[in-house]
Design a protein around this ligand. Structure first.
Ligand SMILES: Cc1cc2nc3c(=O)[nH]c(=O)nc-3n(C[C@H](O)[C@H](O)[C@H](O)COP(=O)(O)OP(=O)(O)OC[C@H]3O[C@@H](n4cnc5c(N)ncnc54)[C@H](O)[C@@H]3O)c2cc1C
Length: 414
C-alpha cells in the first residue's frame, strides 16, 4: 500500500486525508497540532458558491489604499520592508484585472458547487454532524452604492447559472424574522450554506482515525530529497517517510518548501472572530455586511461574527482597534445589537493563506514528481476544503481531475 504524508491538519489536509484513504492510501497527517493556530477552526463556516470573484479584482487596489488610512478598517497591510510582501503586492496589483476575474470565476464557481455537494455527502453518508444549514446567504448593504455593486454581482451569478435575488430591506426581514435590519437592501444567494467549522474538524479527525489515518503532532521542518523526489519530512521528532507528500500547511506552506527553490507566494491574511453566546437577537440566515466586510454566522444557539484582513506575514498578534472596528459596524446593520454585547467574548485569530491572484495552488510541482501543493485558498478555504481534498486524491493517484484546474498550477510564479 502506497504511503502519503500530508503536512498540515487544517480543512485542506484532513479533506485530502479522507479522499486519499478512500483510494486505499496509507495516510499520515503531520501537523503541529495547536487547534487555535490553524485557520480552519474559528472561521465563519460559510460554503460560498456566491464567491466566484477572487480577492484580486478591479477596484480592490484603490479600496485597499483608502482603507489603509483608517486604523479600524477591515483591510490593512502592516507597513514594513519585506521583499516577500513587496513582491506579493506587485503580483496582486498585476492580477487585479477584469481578465483575471473572467479566468477565475468559472473554476471557483465549479469548485465551490462541487464542495457544497461533497459537504452534503459527508453529512449524509458518514453521518458527520457539523450543523450544516443549506439556508443560503444574505449580502447586506447599507448604502445604495454597495447595493448597486452587489446587484451587478448577482447578475453575473445568474449568468453563471446560479440563483441570486436582489431584495428590499422589508423582504430581507420577512425572510429572517429573528432580527431587525437597518439596511438599504441586499442580495440573497440561496445556494450558499454554513456550518460550525470546529465540529466538522473534530468529526473528520475521529472519522479519519477510525479509517486508520495516523496523526503525528510535530512541526515539519524541511524535506529530504533524493534526485527529483522527496523521501522524508524532517520533524522535531522522527523522520516521516512516504511515497508521496502533500503540502497543506496553510499560511506557513511557502516557508516549508522555500529550500526547494519553488516559489508559492503567500501572505497570511489575518482575521478575527468572536462568538456571542447569548445574542440580543438571532439572525437565522448567515450574512455578510457588505461595506464593513463582516461575517455573521448562526452557530446553533450562538452567533459568530468575523472580519478584517491584515496582510502581515505569519504574525498572529491581536490588534484591538481592528477588532473594535468589527464590533462597531454590527449595530449599524442590526440595531438590536450594542457594542457592549461583545465585551465578554474571547477573540480568535486566524491566518488565511493568501495568494496574490486570489486562487489556490493545487497540483504537482514540475520538478518534484511526488510533491503536491494544496494551499492558498485565502478567504474560501473552508468552502473549498472537500473539493480540494478530492482533487488532491486524483492528482496523487494520477487520475484525470474532475475539474479543469490548469490555472491553479503551483508553478505559475516559478
Ligand atoms: C475570520 C475568518 C473567517 C473566515 N471565514 C471563512 C468562511 O466563512 N468560509 C471559507 O470558506 N473560509 C473562511 N475563512 C478562510 C479559511 O478559514 C481558510 O482559508 C482555511 O481554513 C485554510 O485552511 P488550510 O487547511 O489551508 O490551513 P489551516 O487551517 O491554517 O491549517 C494549516 C495547518 O498546518 C499546520 N502547519 C503549518 N506549518 C506546519 C509545519 N511546518 N508542520 C506541521 N504543521 C504545520 C498549522 O498549524 C495548521 O494547523 C475565514 C478565515 C478567517 C480568518
Amino acid at each position: 500500500m502506497k504511503k502519503v504524508a500530508i503536512i498540515g491538519g487544517g480543512v485542506v489536509g484532513l479533506s485530502s486525508a479522507y479522499y486519499l484513504s478512500e483510494l486505499g492510501y496509507q495516510v499520515t497527517v503531520v501537523s503541529d497540532d495547536d487547534q487555535n493556530k490553524g485557520c480552519s477552526y474559528g472561521n465563519a463556516g460559510m460554503i460560498v458558491p456566491s464567491h466566484f470573484i477572487p480577492l484580486a479584482a478591479p477596484g480592490m487596489v484603490i479600496l485597499g489604499l483608502k482603507w489603509m488610512l483608517r486604523n479600524d478598517s477591515p483591510f490593512h497591510i502592516k507597513p514594513r520592508f519585506s521583499k516577500d510582501l513587496i513582491s506579493w503586492g506587485w503580483k496582486f496589483y498585476k492580477a487585479a484585472t477584469p481578465a483575471n476575474v473572467q479566468r477565475a470565476m468559472h473554476v471557483l464557481k465549479e469548485m465551490n458547487m462541487e464542495s457544497r455537494n461533497l459537504y452534503l455527502q459527508l453529512a449524509e453518508e458518514e453521518s458527520l454532524d457539523f450543523s450544516l444549514q443549506t439556508k443560503g446567504l444574505f449580502m447586506l448593504c447599507k448604502t445604495s452604492h454597495a447595493l448597486k455593486e452587489e446587484r451587478m454581482v448577482a447578475e453575473r451569478a445568474r449568468q453563471l447559472g446560479m440563483k441570486a435575488e436582489t431584495l428590499t430591506a422589508a423582504e430581507l426581514m420577512s425572510m429572517d424574522e429573528g432580527v431587525e435590519m437597518d439596511v438599504e437592501g441586499g442580495v440573497y444567494f440561496p445556494m450558499d450554506a454554513y456550518m460550525v467549522p470546529g465540529l466538522f474538524m473534530s468529526g473528520m479527525k475521529v472519522l479519519l482515525e477510525k479509517r486508520g489515518v495516523s496523526f503525528v503532532s510535530e512541526r515539519g521542518k524541511g524535506l529530504d530529497m533524493r534526485g527529483g523526489r522527496v523521501i522524508a519530512l524532517q520533524t522535531s521528532g522522527d523522520l516521516v517517510r512516504a511515497d508521496e507528500f502533500v503540502i497543506a500547511a496553510g499560511a506557513w506552506s511557502s516557508e516549508l518548501i522555500k529550500a526547494l527553490k519553488v516559489n508559492i507566494p503567500l501572505q497570511g491574511g489575518k482575521g478575527y472572530s468572536v462568538m456571542v453566546d447569548q445574542p440580543p437577537a438571532y439572525p437565522g440566515i448567515c450574512a455578510l455586511l457588505s461595506e464593513a466586510r463582516v461575517s455573521v454566522t448562526p452557530m446553533n444557539s450562538a452567533i459568530r461574527f468575523g472580519g478584517t484582513m491584515e496582510l502581515n506575514g505569519t504574525d498572529r498578534t491581536v490588534n484591538d482597534k481592528r477588532v473594535g472596528g468589527i464590533y462597531k459596524s454590527i449595530p449599524d446593520y442590526y440595531p438590536q445589537f450594542k457594542n457592549t454585547d461583545f465585551q465578554k467574548s474571547d477573540v480568535w485569530v486566524g491566518l488565511r493563506p493568501c495568494s496574490p491572484d486570489g486562487l489556490p495552488y493545487i497540483g504537482k510541482f514540475k520538478h518534484y514528481d511526488n510533491l503536491t501543493a494544496a494551499t492558498g485558498h485565502s478567504m474560501m478555504g473552508m468552502s473549498l476544503g472537500p473539493v480540494t481534498g478530492k482533487l488532491v486524491s486524483q492528482i496523487v493517484s494520477g487520475q484525470k481531475t474532475d475539474i479543469e484546474i490548469a490555472i491553479l498550477n503551483p508553478d505559475r510564479y516559478n
